[in-house]
Design a protein around this ligand. Structure first.
Ligand code: COA
Length: 707
């Protein structure tokens, strides 16, 4: 981490900057970049480079970078694509550390070869590339606006990493309108070298960036991103907007785990696992970023809603459920807190309804009472325009109390009404007070704040580990490879399960009636018996199957009957024996899977299994490895979780064994490079203490042998 911090520092705090392709023609990108750097207040030296030489914006233009005397840490490249390689050669001679390549015309239009060529050259010459195909870099710490976007950026404490240039440029303007100050804005473009993970890693430890906002499309090096996100979210809120779907998601669709994945669902679950605060759209993300940086953390989970309108109170309570915010229901405490201000017809149940007639003074009194109560961890104040509602007074109270109690606990506001109300909202917003015109927007922000709080308050746990007999797994895989197969046969898949001590239905092949009885007694009644013969495909049609055999006599009779039936069915059939199987008891049918995800590396899946899995899609994904706590959290995420807790007087199911199975399946995948997908469906889950059983197991291998 330290190495990355040291080297990245020069991108954000260069000791000198060159613009290769600086143009004296206003309107050209090469002019705008120099103009932004100069007018932005960058304090170190700026060197415009252009073979024509001359002067621009009060600066000498150098014919080539080699003519410059001082240190140049960053070069912004704004020459056409075919000249970029030459520009980098010049940079190499001058020991430039970073090239911000604004130029388009590389991989994004299919010119992959040229992009590889410049990237290789840069790597060989210790130049890190930002881009190509970017709008530049803004860094408040050095007052550097090396972009061709708007010239007047407000400095502040939100750092933005964007994969979309256009959205990034637009966000510079939009953040200004919203009153959001930026500590940095970086466009990553084609990410031929530096990517969002490198930047996030740096910004995690940069104090000026209090919040990081990432706009992502496709994920590159997802495994590393997961690792960095997990660390970053413990330090500061990381808000992510993710659009677009990578084609990689469809790759491993051969198994349920693959086809169910849907790139976005995998991303969503993994983002949640990493503590990312995912926004649906840009406006929502900006709403959060604006206030996340300055808001105090809640001190616990108990929130109180104060309202002068029953309706918006109820709407907010609904929103709290959606955004996972718990409302205090300490009725006695609430009654005591608000008794002095509550009219007899008001409600001291949360939401606290002061009713439409509440005066500003009464409202203030209630607000102060809530803020002073140590059992209340966050307060949502709602103002609905009623006959006696004074938006101006409300705004004054909000401002005063916010300033007074801001260091103590989070307060959020929502005002609803006409012009006056809108004016008050604008005024409060300008002062950095979290106020929203809609209770859902307000609650979504409070939800974001709570996610950040929970990320930081949950202790980090070590990944759970298990012992696996890797040699047995390798042997099963080697057999499949020798046969030219990319999947394991059922028996081989069962060997893999045994190698990780995952319970599978017991099964033996008997060659005599006595042997069948012995096996049945070892397995335990009831058992199922089936003929084993390559010559009899449809066993039931041949009378080669007997179910629910409960004792010795039934096993002996079944053995005789199966042999007789099969001989009658096909006299010359070679009968290898009779299989004695455990009769599977029904349990809750779940699905457990693991796969090498194209974007995120090893991932595990858990959900409601059985035949309806594709329809219900009640599944959760996680990047692996996982701690035990995180595995239990994943199990609890599915909607059908109550089935595992036991419904209508049923016993709780063996959730611990489900967690063990997920962890084991994850480690099988991670211990054997050749395996690409594992899927157990169904994994029957029995009552607590009675374990699970992997009824059907499918294992796929990677198509390339080198793996
Ligand atoms: N060193 C320095 N400057 C050089 C040079 C060299 N070796 N060779 C040429 N130049 C100068 C040119 O003379 C010109 O300056 P001038 O205006 O004084 O003549 C300047 O570099 C730019 O070259 P030009 O050929 O005029 O290109 P351009 O300005 O029309 O376009 C780009 C250059 C990079 C802007 C264009 O190729 C491009 O990629 N545009 C898209 C950018 C974009 O949208 N990026 C993604 C944003 S998200």
């Amino acid at each position: 981490m330290k190495g990355n911090q040291d080297s990245m520092k020069y991108l954000f705090e260069p000791r000198g900057i060159a613009v290769i392709g600086a143009s004296q023609t206003p309107g050209k990108i090469g002019y705008k970049v120099v103009e932004n750097i100069v007018t932005g207040g960058y304090r170190e030296k700026v060197y415009p480079i252009n073979p024509k030489g001359g002067e621009m914006l009060g600066l000498s233009v150098y014919k080539q970078i080699a003519d410059v005397d001082g240190t140049i840490d960053v070069a912004v490249v704004v020459v056409p694509a075919e000249l970029v390689y030459g520009a980098l050669e010049e940079c190499a001679k001058k020991n430039v550390k970073f090239a911000i390549i604004i130029t388009s015309g590389f991989a994004e239009v299919g010119n992959v070869a040229e992009e590889r060529r410049i990237t290789r050259f840069a790597r060989d010459n210790n130049i890190r590339i930002i881009g190509p195909n970017v709008f530049g870099v803004y860094s408040a710490v050095s007052s550097l606006n090396a972009t061709f976007g708007p010239g007047d950026v407000t400095a502040g404490n939100v750092a933005i990493i964007t994969q979309s240039g256009a959205i990034g440029i637009a966000m510079i303007g939009k953040t200004k309108v919203e009153g959001i100050g930026l500590s940095a804005m970086i466009s990553v473009g084609n990410k031929s070298d530096v990517d969002e993970t490198d930047l996030l890693e740096y910004l995690t430890f940069q104090d000026d960036a209090k919040v990081v906002l990432m706009y992502l499309e496709g994920i590159k090096s997802g495994e590393r991103l997961v690792e960095v996100l997990r660390k970053a979210t413990r330090k500061k809120p990381i808000v992510v907007i993710k659009s677009g779907r990578s084609s990689r998601g469809a790759q491993a669709a051969a198994s349920h785990t693959g086809s169910l994945a849907g790139e976005d669902k995998v991303f969503d679950d993994i983002a949640r696992q990493c503590g990312v605060i995912r926004a649906e759209g840009i406006q929502e993300a900006l709403n959060w970023c604006k206030f996340l940086a300055d808001s105090p953390m809640p001190t616990g989970e108990d929130c109180v809603i104060i309202t002068n309108g029953g309706g918006i109170g109820v709407l907010t309570a609904d929103a709290c459920e959606k955004y996972n915010i718990s409302l205090s229901d300490e009725v006695a405490d609430l009654k005591k807190t608000f008794e002095d201000v509550m009219p007899s017809f008001g409600s001291a149940k949360n939401p606290i309804d002061l009713t439409g007639g509440a005066s500003p003074e009464e409202y203030d009194q209630a607000l102060v009472a809530a803020l002073r109560n140590e059992n209340i961890d966050a307060v949502a104040c709602l103002g609905c325009q009623t006959g006696s509602f004074d938006a101006d007074r409300f705004a004054k109270i909000a401002e005063e109390r916010y300033a007074q109690y801001r260091p103590v606990k989070p307060i959020v506001f929502s005002l609803f009404g006409g012009e006056e109300v809108e004016r008050s909202i604008a005024k409060l917003k300008e002062k950095g007070i979290p106020v929203f015109a809609d209770v859902y927007e307000m609650t979504a922000f409070l939800g974001a704040l709570y996610r950040d709080y929970r990320n930081k308050s949950v202790p980090s746990a070590e990944p759970a580990r298990v012992d696996i007999d890797i040699a047995s797994i390798d042997a099963a895989v080697a057999r499949a490879r020798a046969d030219g197969r990319y999947f394991l046969l059922a028996q081989e898949a069962q060997e893999v399960m045994r190698a990780a001590a995952i319970a599978i239905p017991q099964s033996r092949i008997a060659h005599s009636p006595d042997e069948a009885v012995r096996y049945a007694e070892e397995i335990g009644y009831p058992v199922v018996m089936k003929v084993v013969s390559k010559d009899i495909i449809h066993k039931s049609d041949a009378g080669g199957v007997a179910l629910e055999l409960v004792d010795r006599k039934e096993v002996l009779d079944a053995y005789e009957a199966i042999m007789r039936n099969c001989r009658n069915y096909k006299a010359d059939a070679l009968i290898e024996g009779i299989q004695v199987d455990e009769m599977i008891q029904s349990g809750v049918e779940t699905i457990v899977g693991a796969r090498q995800d194209g974007a995120f590396g090893p991932t595990v899946m858990f959900g409601l299994g059985g035949v309806y899995v594709e329809v219900l899609k009640d599944i959760a994904f996680r990047a692996f490895p996982l701690s035990r706590e995180a595995t239990l959290n994943m199990i609890g995420q599915i909607d059908s979780y109550p089935l595992l807790l036991g419904v209508r007087g049923e016993a709780r199911k063996d959730i611990d064994e489900v967690a063990n199975t997920i962890i084991k399946v994850g480690w099988i995948l991670c211990s054997c490079d050749a395996i690409s997908d594992i899927e157990i469906n169904p994994l029957a889950v029995y009552d607590h203490g009675e374990g699970v059983k992997a009824v059907d197991v499918r294992i796929l291998l990677r198509e390339s042998e080198e793996a």
